[in-house]
Design a protein around this ligand. Structure first.
Ligand code: NDP
Length: 313
C-alpha cells in the first residue's frame, strides 16, 4: 500500500445522489471527499432536457444540471475529485477504498452513490440517435413526443410501466417483445394488454432505428414469420433493464440477485455499519433524479449521525 489519505466521509459517485450527499455532508462539516467515477454527473449527462426536477421552472439540460449540482457541492466545501474507486476493504474501520488502482483512501464513513446504467440493445443506429429520439427513460423524455407515435422495446415491469405512461401522452405506443410472453408481473401485463393504444408485437426484434438526425421509423423483424416491418415512430424507448454499478461491492455488501444494494428500510444503511448507499445503485423502482437526490440527503444525514455516535464513544 503506497500513499494513504484519511477522511471522515468518502462519497463514491457523482449523480444527483452523490452530489446531494456531498452538499449535506459539507454543511454538516464532515469535510467530504467525492470521487466522480467514470462518468462524472452520471446518467443525466446522457439526457437532454429535464423538465421534472423541481426548482427549474423552465427546465434544464441534464449535463447543465449536473454542473449546477457539482458547483453547489463545491461552494459548500466538498472536495470533488476525478477518479474511480477500484477496490474496497470494509472489513474493519477505518474503511479502505482504492482509487484508480494506485492510491488508498481511509474513511470513517463511506457513501456509495455509484448509480446504475441503462442496458442498450447494442445497435449502431440506437447509439447514433441517442438523445435524438432514442431514450432509455420514458418518464424523462416521453413528454417531448406528446400526441405522436412512439415505440418501446422490453417486456419487464419497467417496459410495461413506461408503455402505460406513454399511452397517456402519445397516440400509439408500439411495444416490441422478443418472446411470445412477457416477463412482467401478470397485473402489469394485463394493464398493458387492455390499453387500446398500446400495440404489442410478439416474437419481434429491432433491426434498425431509422432517421437522419432524428428518429423517423424503426425496422423490426418477426422471428416466427421472418417478416420485416418498418413502423413510423418519432421516438424509440429502450426499457430492457438497468445494471446497478455495484460490481466492486460483490461479496462485501448485501445485494439482491440483480446486484442492487440492499438498504435497511427507511434508511440508507447497508449491512456494514458506517457504509451507506443512495441513489440508483439501491433503487430499482423509482430511478428519478429527484428521488436519488432525496436518498443522497438521507445518506449524509445517516453518516453524520453515525460519525456523531462514534465520537461519543
Ligand atoms: P427486467 O430484467 O425484469 O426485464 C427486462 C426485459 O427486457 C425482459 O422482458 C427482457 O426480455 C427484455 N430484454 C432484455 N434484453 C433484451 C434485448 N436485447 N432485446 C429485447 N428485449 C430484451 O428489467 P426491468 O427494468 O423491467 O425490471 C427490473 C426489476 O425491477 C424487476 O425485478 C422488476 O420487477 C422491478 N420493477 C418493479 C416495478 C414495480 O414494482 N412497480 C417497476 C419497475 C421495475 P426476456 O423476458 O425475453 O428476457
Amino acid at each position: 500500500m503506497n500513499e494513504v489519505e484519511k477522511v471522515h466521509c468518502l462519497i463514491i459517485g457523482s449523480g444527483p445522489a452523490g452530489y446531494t450527499a456531498a452538499i449535506y455532508a459539507s454543511r454538516a462539516n464532515l469535510k467530504p471527499v467525492l470521487y466522480q467515477g467514470m462518468q462524472p454527473g452520471g446518467q443525466l449527462t446522457i439526457t437532454t432536457d429535464v423538465e421534472n426536477y423541481p426548482g427549474y421552472p423552465n427546465g434544464v439540460m441534464g449535463p447543465q444540471m449536473m454542473v449546477d449540482f457539482e458547483q453547489q457541492a463545491q461552494r459548500m466545501g466538498a472536495d470533488i475529485r476525478w477518479g474511480m474507486a477500484t477496490k474496497v476493504d470494509f472489513s474493519a474501520r477505518p474503511f479502505k477504498v482504492e482509487i484508480d488502482e494506485e492510491k488508498w483512501m481511509e474513511a470513517d464513513s463511506v457513501i456509495i452513490a455509484t448509480g446504475a446504467s441503462a442496458k442498450w440493445l447494442g445497435l449502431e443506429s440506437e447509439q447514433r440517435l441517442n438523445g435524438h429520439g432514442v431514450s432509455a427513460c420514458a418518464v424523462c423524455d416521453g413528454f417531448f413526443f406528446k400526441n405522436q407515435e412512439v415505440m418501446i422495446v422490453g417486456a419487464g415491469d419497467t417496459a410495461c410501466e413506461e408503455a402505460l405512461y406513454l399511452s397517456k401522452l402519445c397516440t400509439t405506443v408500439h411495444m416490441i417483445v422478443r418472446r411470445e410472453e412477457m416477463r412482467a408481473s401478470k397485473v402489469m401485463q394485463a394493464r398493458v394488454l387492455k390499453t387500446p393504444n398500446i400495440k404489442v408485437y410478439w416474437n419481434s426484434e429491432t433491426l434498425e432505428v431509422m432517421g437522419e438526425n432524428k428518429v423517423d421509423s424503426v425496422k423490426i423483424l418477426n422471428s416466427k414469420t421472418n417478416e420485416t416491418t418498418v413502423v413510423p415512430v418519432k421516438a424509440f424507448f429502450v426499457a430492457i433493464g438497468h445494471q446497478p454499478n455495484s460490481g466492486l461491492l460483490k461479496g462485501i455488501l448485501d445485494m439482491d440477485d440483480q446486484g442492487y444494494l440492499i438498504t435497511q428500510p427507511g434508511s440508507t444503511r447497508t449491512n456494514v455499519e458506517g457504509v451507506f448507499a443512495c441513489g440508483d445503485v439501491q433503487d430499482k423502482i423509482y430511478r428519478q433524479a429527484v428521488s436519488a437526490a432525496g436518498t443522497g440527503c438521507m445518506a449524509a444525514l445517516d453518516a453524520e449521525r453515525y460519525l456523531g455516535a462514534l465520537e461519543m464513544h
